[in-house]
Design a protein around this ligand. Structure first.
Ligand code: HEM
Length: 554
């Protein structure tokens, strides 16, 4: 009895000591951070709403687009906000500062550790889990996949996929006119574009019943499963240095259903992707002609990588696990972004009948100029349609699929500013950012800046792209890979698939506008702010993403 109570008191002492040490460590970290972040305190921004969650509840909720517009109006291009436990963070839309962050100082402003580490656990080595020279090597290997000649070779495949969608939709609206969920169809189309383009594989998502195969169904489960762990993911780096085997075991046995669900989904996706690669390899060995054509003519991304690998010496070959990881990441980087943008354009065209009619006229005139009436528009014909291009650019500007992205400052840095910034201690012409600071890249902020785009910057006006853009656009030197838009960002982590995305959007729009008239549903649509914006029906108890649109056969 005496023995038990003395063991208990030793245990209590250890617990007490542990708790005191924890409180000491946490307080020291908070005090150290407070001292380190002192230079940020002079910057203006909204007051802190909660010590625990800072301004995050206002910044990240379905209606947050309005809050970000308010922040931009009230505080301008550099906004100080509060993260968890009083962490001082920045939202930046100053073009010169962002060029410095994204283009000139990529190594000092990388994606956060939690992002890299959690992706490494999920996928292994891929764009989303590497930095520095390894990341540059990966980009160099995959960028040729998006060359003009490869995209041109892919165009007939993209048309075939869109014809499949056209036929299914014509069946859906066989009685002439019907309300459909345009987001669901845009999603299936974008998934099929990248699956067939990247993997030379079909998820079978465009069959008339709309049900994809097992691989396709699992792919659709991934993003909701990952989002359900967003809070935990942001704190993952605290344990990420544990041995990978231990982490994997932890993910399997830890009593958290959401984590186990994510593990099930990713294991299944990687398993399916491995089967696809094995199938391709076996067909190549057998000398299957269709596949040899795909590989030698660069008709699928996986083919291009396999061909590159054949040409490389042993030292430079991309390991198979990496090809599988990269293919999986391409699918996720591409499908939801492209379907969000496509759905947004469908919605805008439904609401702007005049612009929809003008676009239809532009498309039919382009087809009239084709010698064969059954022929589809060629690569350059498609890219050179002025109104189509203007509609895509204006939608990418005003409604980028992702409004914010995130970086973490890896060493004390001073970045230049396009114009002096007012602070509580006077105006400054450059911005000091202490090591460790989280920086949100305000993609929507730069795209909607009235000092760059004009007083009508908040309006959707495709015609602005048909005239000369204001001088202020070129003068602003926006970090951009396309059309002075920040939508695909710029620099060493810019979107590598932007020209594929534009081609997908244009092929889809030409086919749909040619064959269907779009008009708004009676149900009011509300776009939910998030990592990627999605539409849903306002006031409905069903909060699932969907976009009701009335489609009428032409
Ligand atoms: C309109 C649709 C798209 C938009 C708006 C978009 C936007 C972006 C943005 C903003 C980033 C940078 C994220 C960051 O580092 O913070 C990015 C990265 C990336 N995107 Fe896209 N994207 C689109 C379509 C695509 C497509 C179709 C593909 C591929 C087929 C693709 C592949 C990638 C990849 C692989 C990365 C990571 C690049 C790297 O880390 O080096 N994206 N995208």
């Amino acid at each position: 009895m005496v023995g038990t109570s003395s063991t208990l008191s030793v245990l209590l002492k250890i617990l007490q000591l542990g708790l005191i040490s924890l409180i000491f460590v946490v307080s020291s970290v908070l005090v150290y951070r407070r001292i380190k972040q002192a230079p940020l305190r002079k910057l203006y921004g909204p007051s802190n709403s909660s010590f625990f969650s800072g301004n995050y509840l206002q910044m990240f909720n379905p209606a947050a687009a309005k809050y970000h517009e308010y922040l931009l109006k009230a505080y301008g291009r550099v906004i100080k906000i509060n993260g968890f436990f009083g962490d001082q963070q920045l939202i930046i839309s100053d073009p010169k500062a962002l060029t410095s962050i994204l283009v000139h100082n990529l190594d000092a402003f990388e994606v956060p550790e939690w992002f890299l580490e959690s992706n490494r656990q999920i996928w292994g080595t891929c764009f989303c889990s590497t930095t520095g020279s390894e990341h540059r090597r990966q980009r160099k290997q995959i960028i040729p996949v998006f060359s003009t000649s490869n995209l041109r070779a892919l165009l007939p495949l993209l048309y075939d996929i869109t014809h499949q969608l056209r036929d299914v939709l014509q069946g859906e609206v066989s009685d002439g006119k019907r309300e459909v969920d345009a987001l669901a169809w845009a999603g299936r189309l974008a998934l099929e574009f990248v699956a067939q383009g990247a993997l030379g594989y079909t998820f079978d998502s465009l069959n008339p019943h709309g049900a994809a195969n097992e691989f396709g169904k699992t792919i659709k489960e991934f993003n909701p499963a990952l989002s359900s762990l967003a809070f935990w993911r942001m704190h993952f780096h605290w344990i990420s240095k544990l041995p990978p085997r231990l982490l994997r075991l932890g993910a399997t046995v830890f009593p958290m259903a959401r984590l186990r669900n994510l593990r099930r989904i990713t294991t299944s996706i990687l398993g399916h992707a491995t089967e696809v690669l094995d199938e391709k390899k076996a067909l190549l060995v057998k000398g299957d002609e269709t596949l040899i054509d795909q590989v030698s003519e660069g008709k699928t991304f996986i083919g291009v990588l396999m061909r590159q690998n054949d040409d490389e010496g042993d030292g430079n070959r991309i390991p198979e696990e990496e090809i599988i990881a990269q293919m999986s990441v391409l699918i996720f980087a591409s499908a939801d972004t492209t379907s969000s943008m496509l759905a947004r354009i469908f919605h805008l065209l439904a609401e702007h009948q005049d612009i929809q009619e003008k676009l239809r006229k532009e498309i039919s005139q382009a087809y009239e100029s084709c010698e064969d009436p059954n022929e589809e528009l060629g690569y350059h014909q498609l890219l050179d349609l002025p109104l189509l291009e203007a509609i895509c650019c204006e939608t990418l500007r005003l409604y980028p699929a992702g409004e914010l992205t995130i970086r973490q400052c890896r060493s004390d840095m001073t970045v230049p500013l396009s114009r002096p910034l007012d602070t509580a201690r006077g105006a400054v012409s450059s911005l000091f950012i202490p090591h460790g600071t989280t920086v949100f890249i305000n993609i929507a902020g730069i795209n909607k800046d009235p000092d760059i785009w004009g007083a009508d910057a908040m309006d959707w006006k495709p015609e602005r792209w048909l005239a000369r853009l204001p001088e202020t656009v070129a003068e602003a030197r926006i970090p951009s890979v396309y059309g002075n838009l920040a939508t695909f960002i710029a620099g060493g982590r810019a979107c590598i698939g932007f020209n594929f995305a534009l081609l997908e959007m244009k092929v889809a729009l030409v086919q749909l506008v040619k064959h269907f008239r779009l008009s708004p549903s009676k149900q009011e649509v509300f776009w939910r702010f998030g990592g990627i914006s999605v539409p849903s029906v306002k006031g409905s108890s069903d909060t699932r993403p969907r976009l009701p649109i009335v489609m009428e056969r032409i």
